[in-house]
Design a protein. Structure first.
Length: 447
């Protein structure tokens, strides 16, 4: 939202905003661009009678400004609608979707284009280390955007990605997620099918041919479909995988690729990028040149520091598959070290019991597991909640030490006593988790 606000200013619009909590670096970013942010939400914030209100999807009915907009019949839209009408129309839109790997894949694709001088616009749900920001708007014909299946706004419950005018659409994988807005896997498949219908006849659907949940969506004739993956039946196939502690390599029939990312999931992400970039006219050598310099994404298996000989890793993983794949990659990267997995059940899905059984299996490659209390527990009915005690029992029956502790401070104390030099601690959370990384590094450094 802030990046788009800045881009609107560049287009000559006068922009103001309201938010409950604004703090650095975003408050500084907005102030530098002379965008006034009014703290809190109130009807008086609309006294200047703006021509258009852009309402974020975190806003619900009952919000004072949303209620005023409805009462006074003010003109309003969602952020995805604004992007479509002011930034995406007429562009060549490359949309990266899927349950897992969207941010890494979009970041890698944007870097391939940027590295090769194509100066794309991009909008990414994370901070690529090469680019230093998650959004950039240019005059280039290319717009590379992370396509989120989450809903658009309180007044538009369709997935955000239906607004993104895809020319090329990547569907990296598909699993059940977002239990707060989707009832089941079929509901997510339906939303993705709506997105796929928007690809023009001169576009391309690139789909993971190894994913068991995608075939029902691929029997279409309105646009070309190309499958990518590791299986023999894929049009774009990676083979001769080499998964090493600091890098991965794979081949396609005409070329050998390598990148400094670890694990099979990152190979699949890279393969999707290869297929997209080649379709858009880049050569294998141009793609590899960008792979050579790609530095990854903030909060994706990111080493935050080493203290007392213990390596602390930060990961955004909050779905059993994402946790499992990250731990598999860490096991490749740290084959002989003890790996601790620390998990905060914070997302709207993992706070619920829909993945109660799957979560236990997700930690198979960890040597010890620590789980915090479920976030915002009071907002869920008892029969909907994840049961940490049962999760501990399931983990312990596999012979794996597992503890459930109330908060970040308790977890830091526990790890400071148990972790030894050479150990690796990976913290899984899609939030700040009480500043656990800094607290942990500080405490371990004093041991």
């Amino acid at each position: 939202m802030a990046s788009t606000a800045a881009a609107m200013v560049d287009k000559g619009f006068h922009v103001t905003g309201s938010d409950q909590n604004v703090y650095p670096p975003m408050s500084t970013f907005l102030a530098d661009r002379r965008i006034e942010v009014m703290p809190g939400y109130a009807e008086r914030n609309l006294a200047h009678k703006p021509d258009l209100l852009v309402i974020g999807n975190a806003i619900s009915r009952g919000n004072p400004e949303a209620e005023t907009a409805l009462e006074k019949r003010l003109r309003y839209c969602s952020l995805p609608e604004l992007l479509k009408e002011l930034f995406l129309r007429g562009k060549r839109s490359l949309v990266v979707t899927g349950t897992h790997g969207k941010t890494t894949t979009t970041s890698l694709l944007a870097w391939v284009f940027e590295h090769n001088g194509l100066k794309p616009s991009y909008l990414i749900g994370g901070i690529p280390n090469n680019l230093g920001q998650g959004a950039h708007f240019t005059d280039s014909e290319w717009f590379i955007i992370e396509g989120d299946e989450y809903d658009t706004a309180f007044f538009d419950k369709r997935s955000k990605f239906v607004h993104y005018l895809p020319e090329v659409a990547i569907v990296n994988n598909l699993e059940f997620d977002h239990a707060d807005i989707f009832e089941n896997l079929a509901a997510i498949q339906k939303s993705f099918s709506h997105f796929i219908r928007l690809i023009p006849r001169n576009g391309l659907l690139l789909a993971n041919g190894d994913d068991p949940n995608l075939p029902p969506l691929l029997n279409i004739t309105h646009c070309p479909v190309k499958r990518f993956g590791l299986g023999e039946n894929n049009a774009v196939r990676a083979f001769n995988l080499r998964l090493a502690p600091t890098a991965s390599a794979f081949e396609i029939p005409s070329f050998k690729f390598h990148l400094d990312q670890v694990g099979e999931l990152n190979v699949r992400n890279a393969l999707a990028v290869v297929a997209t970039a080649k379709h858009c006219g880049l050569s294998n050598k141009q793609i590899q040149s960008a792979f050579d310099t790609f530095k990854g994404v903030n909060r994706r298996m990111e080493v935050r520091g080493i203290a007392g000989g213990v390596t602390v890793v930060d990961d955004f993983g909050h779905h059993p598959t994402a946790i499992r794949e990250t731990l598999r990659a860490l096991r490749i990267k740290y084959p002989h070290q003890k790996i601790w997995a620390v998990f905060e059940p914070r997302s709207n899905t993992t706070r619920r019991n829909v993945f109660q059984a799957e979560l236990a299996g997700a930690f198979a490659d960890a040597d010890a597991v620590v789980v915090s209390q479920v976030a915002r527990l009071e907002q869920l009915a008892p029969q909907q909640r994840l049961d940490p005690a049962r999760l501990m029992q399931d983990l312990q029956t596999t012979g794996r030490p597992a503890d459930c502790l109330p908060d970040a401070d308790a977890i830091v104390s526990h790890l400071a006593k148990g972790a030894q030099g050479g150990d690796v601690i990976c913290v899984f959370s899609n939030g700040g988790f009480g500043g656990i990384h800094e607290k942990l590094l500080g405490r371990l450094g004093r041991k």
